[in-house]
Write a protein that binds this ligand. Structure first.
Ligand code: ZN
Length: 356
C-alpha cells in the first residue's frame, strides 16, 4: 500500500493500480484478461443475513446446505445476542465455508424508536462498536482473510444533526480500518463490478414478506447486465422482517440449478472484483508467456482469477502453465472466436500458453 494513502483511499482505488494494462500488448499479442466472474459466469449473487438470528441457524442454514450454497451472516456481537448464545453453531458455520461479518456490537442506528439509537453517539463510541465487533469475531473464528461489515439500519452516519456530515467521513474511515468491504441497506441497485466502491455496497432491496417470484424479478437486472446482486434477509420462517422457509428454499433451488450465476459470499465477490481490477499483465519475452503482478495483500485476496485469452488465429488448441504447473483449460470457443479460460492460482507470476 502507498504509505501516503489512508486505508479508505486504498480500498476505494484498488483498481487504479494497473488500469493502464491494455487488452493488447505493444507487440500486438493479445493479453489474457480476467473474466468478469469466475469461469466466465453470467452474473453474481450473494445471500446475506443480518442480526445473527436463531431462525437463520435453525431454518436458513439447513436450506443452504441442502443446495450447497454459502451465505454471509452479519453478527451483532454484544450481550444477549444469539452470536454469544450459540457461538458454537456460528463457529461451525464459518468452518463450513460460510462468511461471518460484523453488524457492530450493539446495532446503533439513527431511528429514534430503535434501541440502541445512535444520535447521541460520539465518534469514540462508534469506533468502539466497529473495532470491538471485528476483534471479537476475529478472535472467535481465527479469521485471517479480512472481515466484511454491514451498516446497522443502513445508516452511514451518527450523532446529532449538526455533526452528521462530519461523522459520515469518520464512519467510513473507521470501517475501512477494520474491514475489506461494507454493505448498506437503504440504497438499492445491482453492483456494476467495474464501478465497485467496496465501502458502500448496495443491496437489491428489502425482502421481507416477498415471495420467490418477486425475488426473481428483483434479480432480473442483475442477470441482464451481468452484474452482482446482494440479497439481504433477516428472519427466515419467523422473527423480524422475515421471509418464509419456502421462499428461501425456492430461491436456493433456483440458484443451484442456474450454475451460470456465481453464488458466493459477499467477501469472496469483493475479493474477486478487487483482484481483477488490480491484476497487472504484461508479455514476458519469448513465446506466449505473460508476467502477472498481484499487488493486493495475499492473505486477504486469495481467490484464483479466471483469465480469458484469445488464441492466435493459427492455433486450434493450447495447453497452459502457471509457474511451471499445468492448468486446466476450462472452456473454448466463446462468443464466435476461439478463446480459452484458465483458473489462475493467486500470486502466480508466470503464465504460459503453448500450441497443442
Ligand atoms: Zn440489523
Amino acid at each position: 500500500m502507498n504509505p501516503s494513502m489512508s486505508r479508505r483511499q486504498f480500498l476505494e482505488t484498488a483498481g487504479a493500480v494497473t488500469l493502464s494494462s491494455r487488452a493488447v500488448s505493444a507487440h500486438g499479442i493479445d493479453l489474457p484478461r480476467p473474466a468478469r466472474w469466475p469461469q466466465d459466469k453470467l452474473a453474481a449473487i450473494s445471500l446475506t443475513f443480518d442480526d445473527a438470528m436463531r431462525t437463520q441457524l435453525d431454518n436458513a442454514v439447513p436450506i443452504l446446505n441442502r443446495y450447497g450454497l454459502k451465505g454471509t451472516f452479519f453478527a451483532i456481537t454484544g450481550p444477549g445476542s444469539s452470536w454469544l448464545k450459540r457461538i458454537g453453531d456460528w463457529q461451525r458455520l464459518a468452518a463450513e465455508g460460510n462468511e461471518i461479518g460484523s453488524h457492530t456490537v450493539n446495532h446503533p442506528c439513527m431511528l429514534k424508536d430503535i434501541e440502541i439509537h445512535s444520535q447521541n453517539y460520539t465518534p469514540e463510541m462508534m469506533l468502539k462498536e466497529i473495532r470491538d465487533s471485528s476483534q471479537d469475531i476475529a478472535a472467535r473464528l481465527g479469521a485471517q482473510r479480512g472481515l466484511t461489515f454491514a451498516y446497522p439500519c443502513g445508516d452511514m452516519t451518527f450523532g446529532p444533526p449538526a455533526e452528521q456530515v462530519r461523522n459520515q467521513a469518520h464512519y467510513l474511515d473507521y470501517v475501512a480500518d477494520y474491514y475489506i468491504a461494507a454493505r448498506g441497506y437503504n440504497s438499492w441497485a445491482p453492483v456494476v463490478a467495474e464501478d465497485l466502491n467496496p465501502l458502500t455496497v448496495p443491496v437489491l432491496g428489502w425482502t421481507f414478506g416477498k415471495d420467490f417470484s418477486s425475488l426473481l424479478t428483483t434479480m432480473e437486472p442483475v442477470r441482464r447486465g451481468g452484474h452482482w446482486g446482494v440479497f439481504v434477509f433477516h428472519g427466515i420462517g419467523g422473527q423480524w422482517l422475515s421471509i418464509t422457509t419456502q421462499t428461501l428454499d425456492e430461491l436456493a433451488s433456483y440458484l443451484k440449478e442456474h450454475s451460470e450465476i456465481w453464488t458466493a459470499t459477499f467477501g469472496d465477490v469483493v475479493r474477486y472484483i478487487q483482484e481483477s481490477k488490480a491484476l497487472g499483465v504484461q508479455t514476458g519475452g519469448s513465446g506466449f508467456q505473460f508476467l502477472l503482478t498481484w499487488p493486493l495483500d495475499a492473505r486477504i485476496y486469495d481467490l484464483p482469477l479466471t483469465l480469458k485469452w484469445t488464441l492466435p488465429s493459427s492455433w486450434k488448441s493450447c495447453s497452459a502453465e502457471a509457474d511451471g504447473r499445468p492448468l486446466a483449460i476450462s472452456a473454448t470457443a466463446k462468443s464466435g472466436f476461439e478463446a480459452v479460460l484458465v483458473d489462475v492460482p493467486p500470486q502466480t507470476k508466470r503464465l504460459l500458453f503453448r500450441e497443442k
